[in-house]
Design a protein around this ligand. Structure first.
Ligand SMILES: [Zn+2]
Ligand SMILES: [Zn+2]
Length: 271
């Protein structure tokens, strides 16, 4: 961990500082010093002043109108509210519409240990069609239809990574084709800043590609109508030399996409 990151953790390793951040989060407008101190409800003005000072600059800023959260402060309180540090949640298993794309068995959706998964129920196969780490806030209010929530989240995350944004820190991500995965070539996106990784089927890289969207549209369909594991082509990719080939099939027509080592689409052909 960098010294900067250690300093940041040290700055919030105190219950009073967390209360200050939460009061600023809950307030609609910047708060004057005395108002903030009243809300945090601490009698010792010197102690309050000291801890507020430790948050200033990185997490809290002082404007003309009063104290307010900076971007890093909002992110931090958001993480606290997401339950990352406090909650445990588990939901499922729930039956999922559609079959395992590898063996045809039934699928189920589960959320536990901060992982959301769509998994094949066959003991012989047991493949995780989807497996992503998500904080507990993800399942809150979505307990009844975990599969739809997982599909939406994976698409959102894939869209961020393929556009070059890390879903954790917003740093720059780069894509890399991994040739020798257990189930064929894989897509890996990695954040250059925080090391966060997305690892999935190669087809993840083209779920939202304009060629795919227009191919669906030309067949009177929307590429988002079915969850990704039911689209019929999202687990298939083959290597052809240095390139991965993805074949999107609809109504007997096929769209063939070629991806280079950085997962950029370098060729598209309909047959
Ligand atoms: Zn299976
Ligand atoms: Zn990152």
């Amino acid at each position: 961990m960098s010294d900067d990151a250690e300093d940041a953790f040290a700055a919030v390793a105190d219950e009073l500082r967390v209360r200050i951040l939460r009061e600023l989060w809950d307030a609609d407008d910047p708060l004057a010093f005395s108002e903030l101190r009243d809300r945090v409800d601490v009698a010792d003005s010197g102690r309050f002043n000291y801890h507020l000072g430790e948050l200033r600059g990185r997490f809290v800023e002082q404007r003309d109108e009063g104290y307010a959260l900076r971007f890093a402060g909002r992110e931090l309180v958001g993480a606290l509210y997401s339950g990352v540090f406090t909650e445990e949640a588990s939901v499922g298993p729930q039956a999922v519409e559609g079959d395992c794309p590898l063996c045809g068995s039934d699928l189920e959706a589960v959320y536990e240990d901060e992982q959301a998964r769509v998994t094949c129920t066959s003991d012989d196969c047991g493949v995780h069609v989807v497996s992503v780490g998500i904080p507990p806030a993800f399942v809150d209010g979505r307990e009844d239809d975990l599969a739809t929530a997982i599909d939406g989240y994976v698409r959102t995350m894939a869209r961020q990574f393929t556009a070059g944004f890390c879903s954790s820190c917003r740093g720059r991500t780069t894509g890399r084709l991994e040739r020798d995965g257990e189930h064929g070539p894989r897509a890996v996106y990695e954040c250059e800043r925080c090391g966060n990784r997305f690892h999935g089927f190669v087809t993840t890289a083209v779920l939202d590609h304009t060629e795919v969207l227009s191919f669906y549209r030309d067949h009177g369909r929307d590429a988002r109508d079915a969850p990704i594991w039911q689209m019929g082509w999202t687990t298939d990719a083959e290597m052809d030399g240095d390139e991965a080939v993805v074949a999107v099939a609809l109504d007997g027509d096929e769209l063939e996409l070629k991806l280079d080592e950085s997962l950029s689409v370098v060729g598209a052909e309909r047959t």
